[in-house]
Design a protein around this ligand. Structure first.
Ligand code: NAD
Length: 284
């Protein structure tokens, strides 16, 4: 029977330490402020933004939300980003994705000052990640790596299979796993037969957004499963993994909910504090 990796408990533990860091910053006269730009009426985005704000407040970080109308012009968002880039009181900026069709999200990401890039999605920070010279990481990827480390999972030489190649989840996890000397395969919708890879995987990270994608018959005994997926099935929140049937085969597995989700929000706050400390010349 697999060990269930408790992402929620780990995130809460980290949050306690983060609160101390925030307190210390405030004692030095530094107020960590980060800004989230959300454009349009996407319900999920609005929910994510509110969840982040609650978490930010609970650790003492100030989060400002710029909620812009669905028909906002690209130029206006770029102007707002410029303004925030120049404001010395702002330490972190993120654009909630996706953006409406009239806006090229890459243009927005390119415009964010890399030193304030909470999501680590600006071209220079993506490059730094692959060059193993990063100072900020996408929160989900950072959270997954920290969770594996917390549970003493040694990645050296491990066959890691990542399902999903998005810029925000799959690719950065691959970069961080490579850095730890794992052998990484990235699967996606163009992969002919995912089973060919999953059946030999020591670790599977599923970030596809498809319920029941990872079933017991396509994984080997002792596999470690990190389920990043979030799917709504019959009013329930489930991951990509058939949890009940994979659990007996796995050596470790994250649940949904209570696995990677809480880590993403926690590690987003950790990026804000990293950037705030860095901007103020505080090391560590
Ligand atoms: P995305 O849609 O940008 O990317 C999905 C990727 O999965 C694509 O590369 C696609 O090719 C691949 N894919 C989809 N179905 C597949 C299949 N059947 N076989 C192989 N590959 C397949 O999504 P994303 O933003 O990376 O998010 C992925 C999932 O993770 C979603 O469910 C999302 O809600 C969830 N997510 C969770 C967290 C968290 O904190 N738990 C954070 C971010 C995203």
């Amino acid at each position: 029977m697999g060990k269930i990796l408790d992402g929620k408990a780990f995130a809460d533990l980290r949050a306690e330490k983060l609160k101390e860091k925030v307190k210390n910053l405030k004692a030095q006269g530094v107020n960590p402020l980060f800004c989230v730009i959300n454009i349009g009426d996407n319900k999920a985005s609005k929910l994510y933004v509110r969840t982040k704000k609650r978490r930010a407040e609970s650790v003492g970080i100030e989060q400002k939300i710029y909620q812009l109308p669905q028909d906002t012009k690209e130029e206006d968002v770029l102007d707002l980003i410029d303004e925030l880039n120049q404001d010395p009181k702002v330490y972190g900026i993120m654009v909630q994705l996706p953006t409406p069709d009239q806006i090229d999200e890459n243009k927005l990401l390119e415009r964010i000052d890399p030193e304030k890039d909470v999501d680590a999605l600006t071209p220079s920070n993506v490059g730094r990640l692959w060059q193993e010279d990063h100072f900020v990481e996408p929160a989900t990827a950072d959270g997954v790596m920290a969770l594996l480390d917390y549970y003493h999972v040694d990645l050296v030489g491990k066959n890691v299979v990542i399902i999903g190649r998005s810029n925000i989840v799959g690719k950065p996890i691959a970069a961080l796993m490579l850095e730890k000397n794992a052998t990484v395969s990235i699967l996606h919708l163009g992969t002919k037969d995912i089973t060919e890879y999953t059946k030999d995987a020591d670790i599977i990270v599923s970030a596809a957004g498809q319920a029941n994608l990872v079933t017991a018959d396509i994984v080997k005994d002792g596999v470690i499963i990190i389920d990043v997926g979030i799917n709504h099935v019959n009013g329930h929140l489930v991951g990509d993994v058939d949890f009940e049937n994979v659990l007996p085969k796995a050596s470790m597995i994250t649940p949904v909910p209570g696995g990677v989700g809480p880590l993403t929000v926690e590690f987003l706050m950790e990026q804000v504090i990293k950037l705030t400390r860095r901007a103020n010349g505080i090391r560590g």
